[in-house]
Design a protein around this ligand. Structure first.
Ligand code: ZN
Length: 260
């Protein structure tokens, strides 16, 4: 048998038993074992880990651990320059696509409103969810740690809160998403892309009040749902400005340009 000493930093401590938080913890194991496996024995999904230092040197998740090793485990850094260290995965997929696990329908709607391709719901067990994410290059969003601990899962985010707005805020920060938003380009109900349609094409199906008050309309290419800039649109615009205060002005116009 062998022993190694682990220390977890920042929000990774939320996954640990209270008596193991913020301090060194020894783990006994039968070598050879990859560091990923030992990290997960603490309850920390490997998708949540950004940097692993083994005796002060940055290593990959499959690095074997031997007797007497000291391991420091870090989540995503917000601002620290870690470029000399080995990141375990790209900071973000170029245009991130998501798969929202069960009970994350509100979050899926918010992400679609911001223009992110978000699959929801996915019918099936964890194995099906993991395969679908892998096949389609999607980041799994979930509150199920066991799902993120599956070896095949490469990109995932554990959501610490059950409050949809807080979940969105966390994701926007963790994956640096505000720079990528394209508001009002995607159907909130089905994830299809929206296209501009002339009023004449849709006026027979519009309520009279909408027909007289609005000139511009968009239709979902997948489910044909119609969108216009009603009071709900202005409410959503304010919501986006709150979520992405630095870039939303520019991006909101971009979204409008895309739609027009
Ligand atoms: Zn649709």
């Amino acid at each position: 048998m062998a022993a190694a000493c682990f220390r977890f930093y920042a929000e990774l401590n939320d996954f640990l038993a209270p008596d193991r938080r913020g301090r060194d913890s020894a783990v006994i194991f039968q070598p050879p074992v990859p560091v990923r496996h030992l990290i997960e024995t603490f309850g920390v999904p490997h998708t949540e880990v950004e940097i692993v230092l083994l005796n002060g040197i940055s290593v990959a998740l499959e690095q074997p651990v031997v007797n007497g090793d000291r391991i420091s485990v870090y989540p995503m850094f917000e601002s620290l320059d870690v470029s000399p260290l080995l990141r375990l995965r790209e900071r973000v997929l170029r245009q991130p696509r998501f798969l929202a696990d069960a009970h994350l329908g509100r979050l899926a709607g918010y992400l679609r409103m911001l223009g992110f391709d978000t699959l929801y719901p996915v019918l099936g067990d964890d194995r099906v969810v993991a395969s679908r994410a892998l096949e389609q290059g999607r980041i799994i969003l979930t509150r199920d740690r066991a799902l993120l601990m599956r070896k095949r899962v490469t990109h995932g985010c554990y959501l610490h809160t059950t409050v949809p707005r807080m979940q969105l805020r966390y994701l926007l920060q963790r994956l640096d998403l505000c720079r990528l938003i394209q508001p009002f380009s995607r159907c909130i109900r089905c994830n299809g892309l929206l296209e501009r349609v002339a009023r004449e094409q849709v006026e027979t199906v519009l309520p009279l009040a909408v027909r007289s008050a609005h000139k511009h309309f968009w239709r979902c290419r997948a489910c044909a749902r119609l969108y216009w800039r009603g009071s709900h649109y202005r409410h959503m615009q304010r919501f986006i400005e709150e979520q992405c205060p630095k870039v939303s002005g520019q991006r909101l116009q971009l979204g409008e340009a895309t739609l027009n």
